[in-house]
Write a protein that binds this ligand. Structure first.
Ligand SMILES: [Zn+2]
Length: 376
């Protein structure tokens, strides 16, 4: 068995779920201890650092590195465990696949970076967040102000032929609607909060889908590639209602309804303007990220290095975001390339191909050689 597969499998065995109400602080803590011990055993300098409130981040490798490897070791909850064909945290390796929650997003990528760091412990730095799936507020958002590398590399699942140069922006919004209860046989005497909520969602959808989107010229090609890979709608503002709760029993007209939404915004749309419009319609904005991108010498060098090891990559915009954007917002170039792909993240029966782990490690190893001489 390949070392990087084995390491991925070991990482998957820790149920490091960061999302309330499924938060598993013990799983997160134990995963951080495992990562730190592995690095120590391989003579890599490492610190488990509590940047905020019991959230252990991993800082490893060179102090003040010029090249920073960035990732996260938390995962989303498994959801309905009966829907899985195998236990979600078993980390089984079968038919060339490492299986389990987090294998694709992004413990495979973390394993690749750990192996890479083992080869270049004094030239590379690594930062791993324990709370990326909930916004990295206790980790990367703080760490980004303490360091100024020349390049940040992220190994979130990109698809083996894609180099991510930017991501769509995101707004997490919620709406609470109150109504007036009445007997279910006399609905006209009450006011259904659910009916009003559904109307608000419909209005929001109409408004956002009618907004014009002007993709900046340098990103046209990347968006074209993304549309081919992810679907036509990648270029649009999208809304997904992830949480909807309402009412008490069928025979009462509901007087309280709540929805939580995930809205993704392409480049060229003013996210502050969108947030303002959403607020005016009665929604609260809980969290938002502005879309940004990087094109330049590092991206050219990455494409060239990959070609040299037989991989023809295309530039894409990722519909999902990663923490590289926090660095780009401070004018630090960030690129994302990692094993697995977006279709396999946050789903049942998550897996990553062993060949993808090998391939990614191979591309990075070749790229890093050139990049190290570039920064020195
Ligand atoms: Zn991820």
């Amino acid at each position: 068995m390949r070392e990087v597969s084995y390491l991925t499998s070991e990482l998957v065995k820790y149920p490091s779920v960061s999302m309330e109400p499924f938060l598993n602080s013990k799983g997160i803590k134990e995963a951080s201890v495992f990562i730190a011990s592995w690095l120590k055993e391989n003579d890599v300098k490492v610190q488990v650092l509590d940047l905020d409130n019991g959230w252990p981040s991993i800082i490893a490798g060179a102090t003040d590195p010029k090249i920073l490897l960035l990732g996260h070791f938390d995962v989303v909850p498994p959801g309905d465990e009966k829907a899985w064909n195998f236990p979600p945290f078993s980390g089984e390796i079968e038919n060339g696949k490492v299986m389990g929650r987090g294998s694709n997003d992004m413990k495979g990528g973390v394993a690749v970076f750990m192996e890479l760091l083992k080869e270049y412990p004094n030239q590379l730095g690594m930062f791993l967040s324990p709370d990326e799936e909930v916004g990295s507020l206790h980790s990367t958002s703080i760490y980004v102000n303490k360091i100024k590398p020349s390049l940040v590399l992220v190994s979130e699942p990109s698809g083996s032929t894609n180099l991510v140069v930017g991501e769509k922006g995101m707004i997490i919004a919620r709406i609470n609607i109150a109504g007036k209860t009445a007997h279910g046989s006399l609905p006209w005497r009450g006011e259904s909060s659910l009916t009003n909520l559904l109307n608000s969602l419909e209005k929001l959808k109409n408004m956002l889908s009618n907004m014009s989107v002007k993709i900046p010229e340098p990103l046209r090609e990347a968006y074209n590639n993304s549309q081919r890979i992810f679907g036509e709608d990648t270029i649009k503002i999208t809304i997904s209602v992830g949480v909807l709760s309402s009412g008490t029993v069928p025979t009462m007209v509901p007087d309280h309804s709540t929805a939580k939404l995930d809205i993704r915004i392409p480049h060229g749309v003013d996210i502050n303007y969108v947030s303002e419009l959403i607020r005016e319609m009665g929604f609260e904005v809980e969290f938002s990220t502005e879309p940004n991108y990087y094109l330049g010498k590092w991206e050219e060098l990455f494409l060239k290095s990959a070609r040299e090891v037989g991989k023809n990559l295309v530039e894409v915009i990722d519909p999902a975001d990663n923490d590289g954007r926090l660095f780009r917002a401070r004018n630090i170039p960030s690129l994302c390339y990692g094993p697995g792909n977006e279709f396999n993240s946050h789903v049942y029966n998550e897996f990553v191909e062993e060949s993808e782990l090998e391939n990614t490690l191979n591309v990075y190893t070749h790229f890093i050689k050139g990049a190290i001489s570039e920064v020195n």
